[in-house]
Design a protein around this ligand. Structure first.
Ligand SMILES: [Zn+2]
Length: 489
């Protein structure tokens, strides 16, 4: 299923932070947040960090162009968790998000949330380079740099948390504006913050490279990617955003190069990961429709490259043909690929999209059901199948599948938006309202969510199970709103 990323903000996550039983919510509800103003230097608890991360991610969903693409989200999360599995001191769940932004940037938000810009895929030439950025961010999280930064700031000046948090969030999303706000908030403390950041950068590089190497990637991916950043600085009037949140003095690059040289030489093939190539081609195709020439150039290079690169080039052609609504041509390219690799999720997804566009719903459904026997509970296949059921007007099957899906993946906006679409088609107004309420809640718009749930509650029979469920959800969201109000300015 292709959804062109829109400014309107939806992300897909296969989430670890479940509504009802997330570690953040269940544990921290037992003890209210410590009063930082009077206990400067007290360690920011992990649970509090996770809760702040959850708050931030809701804000980001509401305001940033998150890429709503199950395949790409599956890819970055799989890669991210491969790295996390080789990290020490992992205290939070990890979740990776992709934002449609051509600037090279990545940042770690509180509580194991790591945000990547799509621009990283344009500039990373192989998976080790991309993974080096992710390993660096993962290390900021495991070393709790952001939490330590906040504590440090608190020690220096007892400012309101909301102001500092807001500035940090802004700095991550828009470093130049954020830095100005932060220095405004903190006045003379800015210098201290920057040196603090540099020591964190060194630590994140050092630990990140261990993670990178231990996960089987080429440690030279890190200095190689830093070199790309340096070159960008040289050739453009504006330095990459990433350098504002992650300062890169020459010493960082030479340190990373020296360190990488100390690791035993590893033969990681040039284009080691087929999935990386597919993801790169897919991101370039769906996130930059105005840069067709550039994409053509990449695909041409790939088509003369290794077998894996050639396959990625063909996949890219299929996506471009589909985007141009040349479905028959797209199928001609894709069919032999799918014949050779019938379990390939990238190909299954692309073929399903074409089938649905051509209104061949039953064919899509059969293919997806078959694939799900092999890849049980795969989110990409489930979302595609739910969509195919809805298009084919198989509403009971769609309903059953989406009920289970949203239960297992409550933080995935795609599940809720399909649920909303289904309820609308079925004329079930209360279900439509409650599904939409979940979409709003995921964006931190609790008042709207509660309002929709109240409307739904008024529509159903008094004292019915549905009403009890909607009312209970209203209570939960009221509590969440109350707890998160402290982070709002
Ligand atoms: Zn950094």
């Amino acid at each position: 299923m292709i959804k062109t990323p829109k400014k309107s903000l939806i992300v897909t996550l296969i989430s670890l932070l479940l509504f009802g039983n997330s570690p953040a919510l269940s544990v921290s509800s037992e003890n209210s947040l410590p009063d930082i103003g009077t206990s400067a230097g007290a360690t920011l608890s992990i649970n509090q960090e996770i809760e702040m991360g959850d708050f931030f991610i809701r804000q980001i969903r509401a305001g940033a162009p998150l890429i709503d693409d199950p395949l790409l989200n599956q890819y970055i999360n799989k890669l991210g968790h491969k790295l996390v599995n080789h990290a020490d001191s992992v205290k939070t769940p990890f979740q990776f998000y992709l934002i449609n932004n051509p600037a090279i940037n990545a940042y770690a938000v509180f509580g194991g949330n790591v945000v990547l810009h799509s621009g990283l895929f344009r500039y990373s030439r192989n998976e080790s380079e991309l993974a080096s950025v992710m390993a660096h961010e993962i290390s900021h999280v495991t070393q709790r740099h952001l939490a330590r930064f906040m504590e440090d700031t608190q020690r220096k000046a007892p400012f309101a948390w909301a102001g500092i948090l807001g500035s940090i969030l802004l700095m991550m999303a828009n470093p130049q504006a954020g830095m100005a706000t932060l220095s405004g908030t903190l006045g003379g403390f800015q210098q201290g913050i920057i040196s603090f950041t540099q020591s964190n950068e060194q630590e994140a590089d050092r630990i990140g490279m261990q993670i990178l190497n231990n996960s089987g990637f080429n440690p030279h991916g890190m200095p190689d990617f830093m070199q790309i950043l340096v070159d960008q600085t040289r050739y453009s009037s504006k330095p990459p955003e990433m350098l504002l949140t992650h300062p890169l003095p020459d010493s960082r690059l030479s340190d990373a190069r020296n360190r990488a040289n100390q690791y035993p030489k590893k033969t990681v093939p040039e284009s080691e990961s087929q999935d990386f190539l597919f993801a790169r081609v897919r991101i370039l195709t769906i996130s930059a429709t105005d840069q067709l020439n550039y994409i053509e150039q990449i695909l041409n290079n790939y088509s003369q490259g290794t077998t894996k690169e050639q396959l990625a080039a063909s996949y890219g052609r299929v996506l471009l043909l589909s985007q141009a609504q040349k479905y028959a041509e797209a199928k001609t390219v894709l069919s032999p690929l799918l014949d050779k690799q019938p379990d390939n999720i990238w190909f299954i997804d692309a073929m399903t999209d074409i089938d649905i566009e051509q209104k061949q719903y039953e064919q899509a459904i059969t293919r997806l059901q078959h694939a799900l026997q092999k890849h049980q509970n795969n989110p990409v296949l489930q979302i595609n199948l739910a969509n195919a059921y809805i298009q084919a007007k198989h509403y009971p099957q769609a309903s059953q599948l989406l009920f289970r899906y949203t239960f297992n993946n409550p933080n995935d906006p795609t599940g809720w938006s399909l649920m909303t679409e289904l309820a609308k088609k079925q004329g079930k107004r209360d279900k439509e309202l409650v599904s939409y309420a979940e979409t709003m809640a995921l964006q931190g718009k609790f008042d709207m969510a509660i309002n929709y749930l109240s409307q739904a509650s008024a529509l159903v029979a008094l004292n019915s199970n549905d009403q009890a469920r909607y009312d209970a959800r209203i209570d939960q969201l009221r509590q969440l709103k109350q707890r998160y109000s402290q982070y709002d300015k």
